[in-house]
Design a protein around this ligand. Structure first.
Ligand code: KIV
Length: 278
């Protein structure tokens, strides 16, 4: 069914997501393109235009390859392809860390140019000023704590969080800072299961887990990981619900064989001199 773009007010709002704390789990997936957003919109509560797009669709090694322009272009595509889901667009590295004013200006650009419901910011105590300023400007913000992909170079790799008492205490400080700054929900990524569950009980805003805990208020996965399209290493926390690698590879192999044997195009795929439909 074509998304009804005139029905923008039927979308789930960030506030509706916030009120789902402790209720039916919040279903979230990333989406980056119009066709995928159309396929997912009926099934999810929230679509995240993650900066993972830089890796997943553009082939960068880390999410640091994402730019504001890239996020806006994919945000626009996902908004065109959806009518019900709350759409959140990631703020890419370099667009918000310097100051609250920079963060508000970038968030304003994302919302104005895409029409999305909210933005997402990575960081806890260190980004509380930015989150508070964006929220004070009337733009809903999702936080992101635990493993932070934008800090992967600084951290020396993808390191699971919550394995030392010191780090657990830091995670709780981050959770408190993000909540107090006014985030409507928070992603907890790559964090020890029991710690993520404790954080969920501790916080009064919904937690969205990825490599975290089944006790989180919602779950998110990267769409390409979830449907088996990821060609490089698939993280341990991913469950593949389909194997699109094989589907695409098999289709390409059959197409190649038919082109080489001249069985494609067949009579049904060419035009005669009489009028027929394209
Ligand atoms: O960019 C992204 O896809 C994300 C999710 C992993 C939460 O931030």
């Amino acid at each position: 069914m074509a998304p009804d773009v005139s029905a923008a007010d039927t979308r789930l709002s960030a506030e509706t997501i916030r009120r789902r704390k402790g209720g039916v789990p919040i279903v979230c997936l990333t989406a980056y393109t119009y066709p995928v957003a159309r396929l997912l919109d009926d099934h999810v509560d929230l679509l995240l235009v993650g900066d993972s797009v830089a890796m997943v669709l553009h082939g960068h090694k880390t999410t640091l390859g994402a730019s504001l322009e890239m996020m806006i272009a994919h945000g626009q595509a996902v908004m065109r392809g959806s009518a019900k889901a709350c759409v959140v667009v990631d703020m890419p590295a370099g667009s918000y860390e310097d100051s609250a004013a920079q963060a508000v200006a970038s968030a304003r650009r994302i919302v104005d140019e895409t029409g999305c419901q909210a933005v997402k910011v990575e960081g806890g105590v260190d980004m509380a000023g930015q989150i508070a300023a964006i929220a004070a400007a009337g733009i809903p913000v999702m936080g992101h704590i635990g493993l932070l992909p934008q800090s992967v170079e600084k951290d020396g790799g993808y390191r699971i969080k919550g394995r030392t008492q010191e780090n657990v205490a830091a995670l709780f400080r981050d959770a408190d800072a993000v909540e107090k700054a006014g985030a409507f929900s928070v992603v907890i990524e790559g964090t020890v299961e029991t710690v993520a569950a404790d954080l969920t009980r501790h916080m009064s805003i919904p937690t969205i887990g990825i490599g975290a805990s089944g006790d989180c208020d919602g779950q998110i996965l990267v769409i390409d990981d979830m449907v088996g399209l990821t060609v490089d290493r698939v993280p341990k926390f991913v469950k593949e619900y389909a194997d699109l690698r094989s589907v695409i590879s098999d289709a390409a192999a059959r197409y190649a064989a038919e082109v080489r044997s001249r069985t494609f195009p067949g009579p049904g795929h060419v035009f005669s001199a009489s009028k027929d439909k394209a």
